[in-house]
Design a protein around this ligand. Structure first.
Ligand SMILES: [Zn+2]
Length: 482
């Protein structure tokens, strides 16, 4: 096996999708398993990607009026237990601290699976009057949910995420906020990550424990066309307000309970980037979040004038510094072919090659990761060309993902059709459902497909439930999910 093949050596995406995914995560050096079961080490390249994502999403939160804060990691059992549905929903996944130093604790403390139960009692202290509302806070942290069958980024015992928690005077304002944040997630996924999503509402059995209504953005992954829940936004109604005593004096002189929302997006979306855009050569990172947007590979032989190449590379990086995140691969123990494969695997959107002939001609060669198209560009035009190509790659990745979503989403008329599609990993099915949890549960038990969402943008259409034949107002999305 040649050196060049060795660096890739990843499974075929078509034939062994799961192994391909694991290979890409490991070999692109995004992450690897730690010595703690179910917990990943996110390596510098993977973390740099997460940081880019974090910055863009954080900017969107700030632009919609939110501030960041930080609340404790540990939650006393008595607090977590106050909202019955909430504690019941999370019980199977909660990790507990029972000892502090050498002493048994009088009451166990949960490692936060989510922070409503520690945040709401504080909001109860902060809120006295309608003038104290709304509260618009987000926190970046990690949470722990016990996981028996971990998968890199998609299901890990500890995961990085953000959780927003807002508090409002009226139910309408809370619902409006929950929908606003769903739209923030949609814009982030579509515009920044180039991942098209279907926004919708969760069925009662799939909604967040304790929520009145859960909104979700669902994305289609490559390979088996399964769904990934990529961000959720919950209208919590006044359940948490009542339970935790978030009470305020309203304009009309009445004491009222406040209305809450919470919303979260996690590092699962890193897994989504891998699965939606990747190919047999590895990752394909959307330029907006790629830690390195242009990798410069100088090509020279011993006999060449190394100084002339160095001077040209310096000039190129100076030209590009203002328009792109650039890195130069100066490794002298690797062939150019090895480097090409390595940076393809890592998904860098543009490769820039510069050799002695390019130096003499005042030019450089650009290679796109998405189409592999090769262009020779005069240095004088380099910066605007790179800027244009990065924007084109971003658009192109979204268009390809949208084609996949559209091509593999099909309206079905019968349960048999749905079963066949699920069994064949053919994609998502739009089917009529009466709204009864029993019909939903039967599909899940027999096919493993779940209702991913009731799409917000699908028009109402009278029909008959594909299970029981009862009247249905609209189609819902059935699919297998990660
Ligand atoms: Zn039914």
């Amino acid at each position: 096996m040649s050196n060049d093949q060795f660096v890739k050596n990843i499974a075929s995406r078509e034939e062994e999708y799961s192994r391909w995914y694991t290979d890409v995560v490991n070999k692109a050096q995004l992450a690897e398993w730690s010595l703690v079961h179910g917990c990943m080490v996110i390596r510098p390249y993977g973390y740099a990607l997460w940081e880019q994502m974090q910055q863009l999403l954080d900017r969107r939160f700030k632009a919609t009026g939110h501030q960041n804060a930080y609340f404790p990691l540990l939650i006393p059992e008595s607090l977590l237990a106050r909202e019955a549905e909430h504690v019941e929903g999370f019980a199977p996944e909660v990790a507990w601290v029972t000892r502090g130093g050498n002493k048994e604790l009088e009451e166990p403390w949960a490692v936060r699976p989510t922070s409503e139960a520690i945040i709401c009692p504080i909001y109860a202290k902060w809120v006295q009057s309608y003038r104290d509302l709304p509260i618009l806070i987000n926190q970046w942290n990690s949470v722990v949910r016990w996981e028996e069958r971990p998968r890199a980024f998609l299901r890990t015992l500890e995961f990085l995420w953000q959780e927003g928690h807002t508090c409002h005077a009226t139910p309408d304002e809370a619902d409006e906020r929950a929908r606003m944040m769903l739209e923030v997630y949609r814009r982030f996924l579509e515009d920044d990550l180039a991942i098209p999503v279907v926004p919708g509402v969760k069925s009662d059995s799939e909604k967040f424990a304790g929520a009145l209504r859960t909104y979700t953005v669902e994305a289609m992954m490559g390979g088996k066309y399964w769904a990934l829940q990529s961000g959720t936004s919950h209208n919590l109604g006044d359940h948490f307000g009542r339970v935790f005593g978030i009470e305020f004096l309203d304009r009309d002189g009445q004491r009222k309970f406040a209305f809450n929302t919470s919303w979260g997006l996690s590092h699962r979306t890193v897994g989504a980037i891998v699965m939606v855009h990747g190919d047999d050569a590895g990752l394909k990172l959307p330029p907006k979040v790629a830690p390195i947007q242009v990798i410069v590979v100088p090509i020279w032989r011993k006999s060449d004038d190394a100084r002339a190449i160095e001077a040209a590379v310096d000039r190129i990086t100076a030209l590009l510094a203002l328009v792109a995140r650039v890195k130069v691969d100066w490794r002298d123990d690797r062939t150019a072919g090895y480097k090409f494969n390595d940076w393809e695997l890592k998904g860098v959107p543009l490769r820039l090659e510069v050799g002695p002939r390019d130096v003499a001609n005042e030019q450089a060669v650009l290679v796109r990761r998405d189409t592999r198209e090769k262009l020779t560009v005069p240095l004088a035009n380099l910066a605007p060309t790179v800027e244009r190509l990065l924007a084109e790659i971003q658009t192109n990745l979204f268009a390809a993902a949208k084609r996949m979503l559209d091509a593999h989403t099909v309206a079905v008329a019968t349960y048999d059709e749905l079963k066949e599609r699920v069994a064949a990993n053919a994609g998502w099915s739009l089917a009529h459902w009466c709204g009864d949890a029993a019909c939903e549960a039967q599909v899940k038990a027999e096919t493993k497909a779940t209702i991913r969402c009731i799409p917000l943008e699908l028009p109402r259409e009278p029909g008959l439930c594909i299970l029981c034949g009862a009247a249905s107002e609209r189609r819902v999305v059935f699919a297998r999910a990660y």
